[in-house]
Design a protein around this ligand. Structure first.
Ligand code: MCA
Ligand code: AMP
Length: 482
């Protein structure tokens, strides 16, 4: 029983998705996903949680493939469209995906893996076959694996069940009063909870419409707003920062039109990183909306949210969502219980066990205080977790890659405060003494790390507080950059 998909029949002729200039109904989504499910099954009765990875642009194909995998009983593994080949390879191998569906645009990026990996690489454009009987998929079965960085080395696959995702969706649909009349613009990446659950799945659960742009651009987003095509928007603070800057570069008449359109919106949400109060205030001046800030994590969807009705307090994340129980540990760590909390890290039982307390609470690693009826985030309990542009980044992962460079003997990576990105990445390097060309280093890193994980600032040994890296704390490193 896949409630999200079963509900779609009732919305048949309504528009579910707008992408690449075309409208697609819920019925088209059901038809196309049934054909994809049939092709994936290829005569079998159930995929029995086989992992199916897919690398397709945001839009109708993405949703049809995601639903097709679920309807066939598989686990959906969405790949990041901006990742370099090595990062894609890591996810495909780590999940032992049997099949990778991809569209033409990504063929070159995946080509080196066609012969190196045992998976079947299949073009997704016309993929599908005549509909067949589909399995009955129980809610406690695994639905999705999303990759997230932690304090230990490589990213881990977060496994959620259908019951988990349903709990995550329904809590938000209720709290934020989603309705079939909503139209939301989706410009977020579709390999993370923010884009997949909060935007796409909440819309489709509600019979609403999800409008896609091929990629984020400030001008294109403000133009969609100006034309009054949507009434709901959700993004990370960096995106609001960028929109504010772009808005101020426009002619006054354009600004007036955009502001007038924004005032008609029903809801605007910010999350994935702390929303600076200055951004909240500037966006309020532009749009008339106090952004609704909420707090979540890949491992649990959304947990805490400011109210839809009632006071949205700047600098605070609000109160626990319906069905989610929150407590603060002695050190202030947010710990969470509820049907929204994930099942396990894929193939990593020790890491899974370590992330829960003995009495079953999920340890978020975020430190908060509770004051006057609302939570406020103070920071993380690990200096090695960086948040940049809404993406979570492990300093250790970048250090591991840097250490494999032939000229780098030792290194330390830290997050540096930045008004636009929240944090940017700083890397300090001890080299072999020969001159290191930074452009070449950046290109070398680009092949090994996704763009948002690239260091934006470097310092070298002679600029460090002491000359021996091992004796410099990360705090001292941060100061050295300042
Ligand atoms: C890109 N650039 C950066 C960074 N990323 N500079 C500093 N720090 C960065 N992190 C630079 C590039 O080098 C390039 O520079 C320019 O910015 C444009 O790069 P591009 O990749 O095209 O960026 P963009 O398309 O403008 O993307 C910015 C973005 C994106 C839209 C803010 O980062 C994004 O979509 N973030 C959202 C991530 C997200 O959804 N997170 C949710 C996960 P140059 O121009 O010089 O070449 S968290 C989650 O799901 C939990 C559950 C939750 O709570 O939500
Ligand atoms: P991810 O692991 O990519 O899902 O990112 C989850 C992390 O994003 C959380 O553990 C927090 O550190 C951070 N985060 C999400 N929402 C907020 C928020 N509103 N304020 C501060 N940090 C947030």
């Amino acid at each position: 029983m896949l409630t999200l998909i079963d509900r779609a029949a009732a919305f048949g002729p309504r528009t579910a998705v707008v992408s690449a200039g075309r409208d697609y109904t819920y019925q088209q989504l059901l038809d196309r996903s049934a054909r994809i499910a049939a092709a994936l099954l290829a005569g079998a009765t159930d995929l029995k949680e086989e992992r199916i990875a897919f690398l397709v642009p945001p839009g109708f194909d993405y949703v049809a493939i995601q639903w097709g995998i679920w309807r066939a009983g598989g686990i959906a593994v969405p790949l990041c469209t901006k990742h370099p080949t090595l990062s894609l390879r890591y996810v495909i191998e780590d999940t032992a995906a049997r099949t990778v569906l991809y569209t033409k645009w990504f063929a070159d990026k995946l080509a080196p893996l066609f012969t190196e990996l045992p998976a079947d690489f299949i073009r997704a454009e016309d993929y599908g076959s005549a509909p067949t009987a589909l399995p009955d998929v129980a809610p406690d079965r695994r639905a999705m694996i999303l990759y997230t960085s932690g304090t230990t080395g490589r990213p881990k696959g977060v496994v959620t069940t259908h019951a988990n995702t349903e709990a995550q969706i329904t809590a938000l649909v209720k709290a934020w009063q989603w309705s079939a009349d909503d139209r939301i613009l989706n410009i977020l990446p579709l390999h993370h909870v923010h884009g997949i659950i909060n935007v796409l799945s909440c819309a489709l659960w509600s019979g609403a419409c999800c409008v896609f742009l091929p990629r984020f651009s400030e001008g294109a987003v403000l133009e969609v707003f100006r034309r009054g095509e949507v009434n709901v928007f959700m993004a990370v603070p960096t995106i609001y920062y960028k929109l504010i800057h772009h808005y101020h570069s426009l002619l006054e008449v354009e600004q007036r039109e955009i502001s007038a359109a924004l005032r008609k919106f029903r809801l605007m949400v910010s999350g994935s990183a702390a929303l600076p109060v200055s951004v909240l205030e500037e966006w309020r001046d532009i749009s008339g909306h106090t952004l609704l800030e909420r707090y979540g994590m890949t491992e649990m969807g959304m947990a805490i949210s400011n109210p839809y009705l009632g006071e949205r307090r700047p600098g605070h994340i609000g109160q626990p969502l319906n069905g989610v129980t929150v407590r603060l540990a002695d050190d202030g760590e947010i710990q969470v219980k509820g049907p929204n909390v994930f099942l396990e890290y894929w193939g990593r039982p020790e890491a899974t066990a370590a992330t829960f307390t003995d009495d079953g609470w999920f340890r978020s690693g975020d430190i908060a205080v509770y004051e006057d009826g609302a939570y406020r985030i103070l920071g993380r309990n690990s200096v090695d977790i960086i948040k940049s542009g809404g993406y979570k980044i492990s300093a250790l992962e970048i250090e591991e890659v840097l250490r494999t460079h032939p000229q780098i003997k030792e290194c330390g990576v830290v997050g540096l405060p930045d008004p636009e990105w929240g944090e940017i990445i700083g890397a300090s390097l001890i080299t072999d003494g020969h001159p290191l060309n930074l452009d070449e280093l950046q290109a070398w890193l680009c092949e090994r790390l996704p763009g948002y994980k690239l260091p934006r600032r470097y310092i070298f040994q002679d600029e460090l507080p002491r000359n021996v890296m091992g004796k410099v704390t990360k705090q001292e490193l941060k100061t050295a950059f300042a």
